[in-house]
Design a protein around this ligand. Structure first.
Ligand code: AMP
Ligand code: MG
Length: 355
């Protein structure tokens, strides 16, 4: 299969640029005809197919190499379309939609008959999101209203935040890639399950627990998310798989900055003697402390949005550079830091050491 690559910016969509409109219409046709198109959203690049067509969902799992018990998120562009694919939407679902849609929040509801089990990994519930990226919204409309879209990476690899990483993983496997430039947020959406008595966060993201609680009161968080030793199985089927992982061996090093630097520099010398290439993920504040083959700056410690945006790109760069051992600083687990640490812990297979 030849993968067509087109460049469409959000600005072109905003201005109704005729070439961009034409490209999106064509992309919509591909999806309506059962094909797959990767497209930008505000979180990461998505790999889209018709959510109501079981064959399309099958193709998504195949293109990603994703286990078929790991359900897909259905993306919509209009609030009224929520009724088509769900049943029993609780009042707080409407409240959250008013506050956070379009945006990086995914909500889980009971599914309607319209949604095939292939899309929901066999579950009776469906995950729904209305993205705010204009290109994504235009594509959803052109494709008939319902796009199933996981992140556009090979299963287990870091999610793509640039089209070149989509191409790296998906070239020859899908019909089209819409290159919309760099992604705004860089981490996947927050997922909240509204089918339980008390709403529960299944995956932390840009919309934090604090932001949700300010709107709907008490929200629980799936305890398995930050705890690698937990014997419980995560409630979001996908969270049980190792994810977001670079090819090199990643370890998170937590402690006083001096101790972290000593540990990292010692590790570097040992690995260097053994002929291994070492990379470090460092905050701006500590950049000068480290010795390694490559020290990458993830941003200022206080700038969590900046850190979130850089994380997957840095993990991919270490892959490109064939870095064998990667050591990362640790981050706070409040606010958006929770999403950052959740992804970093998963990427490290929960390998975190205290020094
Ligand atoms: P991705 O498509 O890579 O962003 O991953 C989607 C995440 O949403 C995975 O962790 C899925 O397991 C989770 N998910 C999707 N649908 C459901 C659902 N109905 N119930 C629980 N988790 C879900
Ligand atoms: Mg993913």
């Amino acid at each position: 299969m030849i993968t067509k690559i087109v460049k469409v910016t959000e600005e072109q969509i905003r201005q109704d640029d005729s070439k961009a409109v034409h490209e999106i219409r064509q992309a919509g046709e591909i999806i309506k005809n059962g094909g797959l198109v990767a497209f930008p959203t505000e979180t990461v690049y998505g790999l889209g197919g018709d959510a109501l067509n079981p064959e399309s969902s099958g193709k998504i799992y195949k293109a990603k190499g994703r286990p078929s018990d790991n359900p897909l998120i259905v993306h919509i562009s209009r609030l009224e379309d929520l009724n088509v694919i769900t049943e029993d939407v609780p009042e707080i679902g409407h409240v959250l939609a008013r506050h956070f849609w379009p945006g990086p929040l995914t909500m889980i509801f009971k599914k309607s008959e319209k949604v095939p089990k292939e899309t929901t990994g066999g579950l009776d519930t469906v995950a729904v999101r209305m993205p705010r990226h204009r290109t994504a919204l235009a594509l959803i409309r052109e494709a008939g209203g319902f796009i199933a879209a996981p992140s556009a990476n090979i299963s287990g690899r870091p999610s793509p935040t640039l089209a070149k990483y989509v191409q790296e993983d998906m070239d020859g496997r899908i019909d089209m890639i819409i290159d919309g430039g760099i992604i705004e947020i860089g981490l996947e959406s927050t997922i909240i399950d509204l089918t339980e008595e008390i709403p529960i966060i299944l995956r932390p993201g840009f919309i934090t627990r604090e932001m949700l609680e300010a709107v709907i009161g008490t929200v629980r968080i799936d305890q398995t998310l930050m705890d690698g030793d937990s014997l419980q199985i995560p409630k979001a089927p996908g969270m049980k798989y190792r994810h977001y992982a670079p090819k090199g061996e990643l370890t998170i090093v937590d402690g006083e900055p001096d101790h972290v630097a000593d540990y990292i520099n010692n590790t570097y010398h040992n690995c260097h003697n053994a002929g291994k290439k070492v990379g470090v993920i460092a905050t701006q504040e500590n950049l000068g402390r480290y010795q390694a083959d490559c020290v990458k700056c993830i941003g200022r410690r206080q700038d969590e949005e900046g850190i979130a945006k850089e994380l997957y790109r840095i993990l991919r760069e270490f892959d490109d550079e064939e870095t064998e051992v990667i050591l990362s600083e640790s981050f706070h687990t409040t606010g958006m830091g929770q999403a950052i640490m959740n992804r970093l812990l998963k990427a490290a297979g929960h390998k975190k050491i205290q020094v």
